[in-house]
Design a protein around this ligand. Structure first.
Ligand SMILES: [Zn+2]
Length: 432
């Protein structure tokens, strides 16, 4: 009997995977080398839609998965895609070649393939009700539901008309993949490419590299920015004239473009990211941000929004505020996900000298959005010698919060930040 497979797909990584291997089916040629005995049942030559689960809690669910089940993908309170499970197989090599590995070194090796897929637009509250859950149930993690529980929901999903893909899919350019080419690049090679781009201008550089305008990743060098994929192709082809990359067969994505450049110490901005929380422009290592800050911050054009965003990105990185990580608020001490913290300047940015602005690990601290951020900025909270002082607002709820912090030690205070906190404490408070 048919089971319903609930596949949440809301995280950035899941969406990337969906774009890479479902919205854009994977060509047989590009993966056949990985399919040993697994190839049985696949028709050679056909393009495949593939998904995978990484080892962990979901394995129990994965073990229940069967060919013929109906998988439904959900994100942003919408079931947006449904398809039939056509193959169930484990293949670590294939998974890591398609999606890479996560920060723990795991890959999504518990795989399944899909067929007869189509986009739908079905509210998850309706889906919850059809499954006998509360309407506001949050679908978390991969779930395989038994056929008794599934049948009503499957009937409703099948009756659902085909819809347009959600905008995060339709807005992304289709990704073409073919034979895998691994470009080989060096720091010097990329620096040469940047010089060349500066000399001849962006349009001509793109022409020389044979690349299209970047829709996603650019390398930032002061006020100059240049398409990251084009840099890689140009640098590779210059140093390997005997084995040039054909730009149309080079799939530029985070793993092939952004990560190798970040690894070499370049600042790679994701133009598509909604916010700095989504992607760290130099990866996870705070030291890389500290190293580049002195050369980059002075030249960023912070009268432009992108300049401000990039300086914030550098400071966030230097403070260890990485996507999907957590950090401690420098005032109240709560440990919170990065998305609930900002990199708050201790001394106002506009008052900082050039050398203070590049003191990225000390000029700012992680501070929470639950109140510490604005109360510190308006100076209802100040910190002297590490101790929190407060000025009451006259508003009950705000004052209750302030009193709960009064006299406590602020974990964000350090000797190296002393002069910035003292500057802050000496300024008059502004009203809320
Ligand atoms: Zn806080």
């Amino acid at each position: 009997m048919t089971q319903l497979v609930l596949q949440p797909c809301a995280s950035q990584a899941s969406k990337e995977h969906f774009l890479d291997t479902i919205a854009t089916p994977v060509s047989w040629d590009s993966i056949s080398e990985y399919l040993g005995p697994d190839a049985r049942g696949f028709a050679p030559g056909e393009d495949l839609q593939l998904w995978g689960i990484s080892p962990g809690n979901s394995q129990v669910q994965y073990n229940k998965l069967s060919v013929g089940d109906v998988a439904v993908f959900t994100a942003n309170r919408q079931a947006f895609y449904m398809a039939k499970v056509s193959h169930v197989f484990e293949n670590e090599g294939l998974a890591s070649s398609l999606w890479g590995r996560d920060e723990k070194g795991r890959t999504w090796q518990y795989m399944y393939a899909l067929s007869e897929g189509r986009y739908i637009d079905f509210n998850t509250s309706a889906l919850n009700i059809a499954l006998g859950y509360k309407a506001n149930n949050n679908i978390q993690g991969f779930l395989v539901l038994d056929s008794a529980k599934s049948s009503g929901a499957i009937a409703e999903l099948i009756a659902e008309p085909t819809a347009q893909p959600p905008t995060w899919i339709s807005d992304s350019t289709t990704r073409k993949r073919s034979k895998k080419i691994t470009p080989s690049i060096s720091r010097v090679g990329i620096e040469d490419a940047i010089q060349q781009a500066k000399q001849i201008g962006r349009e001509r550089f793109l022409e020389e590299a044979g690349a299209h305008k970047a829709f996603r990743y650019v390398v930032v060098d002061g006020q100059f920015e240049i398409d990251a994929k084009a840099l890689i192709i140009w640098a590779h082809n210059k140093s390997h004239p005997e084995a040039k990359i054909d730009p149309s067969s080079f799939d530029g994505n985070r793993k092939t473009v952004a990560e190798p450049l970040r690894e070499l110490g370049f600042f790679v901005d994701d133009l598509r990211a909604d916010s700095l929380v989504d992607e760290a422009p130099m990866g996870d290592d705070p030291q890389k941000y500290v190293e580049i800050a002195s050369s980059l911050i002075g030249s960023l054009d912070i009268t432009r929004l992108t300049g401000q965003r990039r300086e914030q990105g550098l400071i966030r990185g230097a403070l260890g505020l990485k996507p999907s990580g957590s950090q401690q608020c420098g005032i109240c001490g709560k440990v919170l996900p990065s998305g609930l913290l900002v990199a708050g300047h201790i001394k106002k940015r506009s008052e900082c000298s050039p050398s203070e602005r590049v003191d990225v690990t000390n000029i700012a601290m992680p501070v929470c959005l639950f109140g510490c951020d604005v109360l510190f900025e308006r100076r209802y909270l100040t910190v002297v010698d590490g101790i929190i002082h407060v000025k009451l607002t006259g508003e009950n709820a705000a004052d209750e919060y302030l009193k709960s912090l009064e006299g406590k030690i602020a974990p964000g205070w350090t000797e190296a930040r002393r002069e910035y906190f003292d500057w802050h404490a000496a300024q008059p408070k502004t009203s809320l």
